[in-house]
Design a protein around this ligand. Structure first.
Ligand code: LLP
Length: 434
């Protein structure tokens, strides 16, 4: 069940997003529809870059958060590189103008074809997630007569119980990700003995949606200590970068926060500054600093517009049925995430609003966006906020539903939009299957 976190404090509703009238987007593009404020994403990337204060770095945007061309191109224009986890994401990144030299490729089960493509393109590094993978990549590089640049993703063994949702914690002992610290010396020996591998990076990624710097810093310190130790023993001669991963959290409770409420969570720049201090303390600042943020660059700058289909008021609950479902935005069903939902357009102040249980049309009880304070006379359109990350990329066609269009905003206008997938095509495909 979604969490019972309290109501958004957006008094009077939300009329515009990225300077564009939301009701007119809904009537032109239909609902559900994703809207993205590209200028907001650009601003956030710029702020993050400023935190490096001139230090050589790569902001390797985690394409899995939002792979739409408009988004990736906007971030590429800001100088971002990419963190990809499939050949398809790799091709989106290069297709949107990101230089291979700024791309890292993570993932625990890369296929041979994916490795071959990464080697052929000459990306910054293929991230090794196991000792076994080193042998596989070396064989592919030898077969291609090339030298593959690799980095090691170190599992920092950080206990994340209670820190973030178990499904998005990756840097703990029981996770499938990364090379264990005790296996590092063997892994380094293996890579450094090969004529076909060049060990250029050391990386970690602790998990996602951290709202405090501490767990991120814990992972970064394990990485820094490991690198310092290996260097002190004379290893890692070709090391060029340190990659401290993504995971900077966004404030999904932002809309529920009263102005007088406690401190907002740390900004992406705060995470970077904290890690830079640790790198300096261990004399590792000759290395390029790579980070892999996804969510923090795009989530707050996206919303999912939905139409209210009908209310259903019973003695048990006040349901508000909307036309967006868990197939469009999986986060509430998958992680019990609570995204603020606000009425679109002008409405009476929230003092007169009442709690509604907002649910979608999918035939699953988990198709539930949680309880939200909304006008007692329901608005025609609502906006589900902070949906710019892990929204469309995780959307699916369960129940024969169509994938929503994506609408791209910049300079106060719609600059591009995609089409909703066609229902007829799905019907044809399914009827023809088998
Ligand atoms: N680098 C690696 C190796 C990752 O596995 C991830 C996310 C990132 C970077 C980007 O993390 P971010 O900065 O976005 O937190 N679908 C989930 C999130 C899954 C994250 C998976 N890995 C959600 O909607 O919360």
């Amino acid at each position: 069940m979604p969490s019972d976190r309290k109501y958004p404090a957006v008094g009077g509703g939300l009329s515009s997003f990225g300077g564009v009238d939301l009701a007119s987007i809904a009537s032109e593009c239909g609902t559900p529809a994703y809207v993205y404020d590209l200028d907001g994403m650009t601003r956030t990337a710029r702020e993050l870059r400023a935190a490096f204060d001139g230090v050589p770095h790569v902001i390797a945007y985690a394409v899995k958060a939002n792979a739409a061309g408009g988004v990736v191109r906007a971030l590429a224009k800001e100088g971002c590189g990419a963190d990809v986890v499939s050949e398809a994401e790799l091709l989106v990144a290069t297709g949107c103008g990101i230089e291979p030299a700024s791309i890292v490729f993570s993932g625990v089960a890369k296929q041979d074809g994916e490795i071959d493509r990464a080697i052929a393109l000459g990306i910054r590094a293929i991230q090794m997630e196991s000792v076994e993978e080193i042998t596989r990549v070396e064989a592919r590089a030898r077969a291609a007569g090339r030298k593959a640049r690799v980095s090691f993703r170190v599992n920092p063994s950080v206990d994340l119980a209670g820190v973030t949702h178990a499904n998005i914690a990756t840097g703990h002992d029981a996770a499938k990700f990364g090379i264990r610290r005790e296996d590092l010396p063997q892994a380094v020996r293996l890579a450094e003995a090969s004529r076909h591998l060049e060990l250029v990076g050391m990386a970690t990624h602790v998990g996602s949606q951290f709202t405090s710097v501490d767990p991120y810093l814990d992972g970064a310190m394990v990485l820094c200590d490991a690198v310092r130790g290996l260097r002190d023993e004379g290893g890692l001669a070709s090391l060029a970068f340190l990659d401290t991963g993504g995971g900077f959290g966004v404030d999904y409770t932002r809309a529920a926060r009263s102005p007088a409420a406690s401190e907002p969570p740390p900004s992406p720049a705060d995470f970077v500054r904290a890690v830079r201090a640790e790198m300096r303390a261990r004399r590792l600042d000759d290395l390029v600093h790579v980070i892999e943020p996804g969510r923090s660059l795009v989530a707050p700058h996206g919303a999912l517009l939905a139409r209210v289909v009908q209310p259903k008021v019973t003695a048990a609950a006040r349901w508000l049925m909307i036309d967006a479902g868990m197939n469009d935005l999986m986060r509430p069903a998958l992680y019990q995430a609570h995204h603020a939902i606000v009425p679109v357009g002008g409405h009476a102040s929230r003092e007169s609003w009442v709690p509604w249980r907002v649910v979608g049309p999918v035939c699953e009880s988990s198709d539930d966006f949680g309880e939200h304070l909304l006008p007692s006379e329901p608005a025609a359109i609502v906006a589900i906020l902070d949906a710019g990350a892990y929204g469309y990329t995780m959307a699916n066609r369960y129940n024969g539903r169509q994938l929503p269009p994506e609408v791209f905003l910049s300079g106060g206008r719609v600059v591009a939009r995609t089409a909703r997938t066609a229902m007829d095509r799905w019907v044809e495909e399914r009827v023809a299957a088998g």
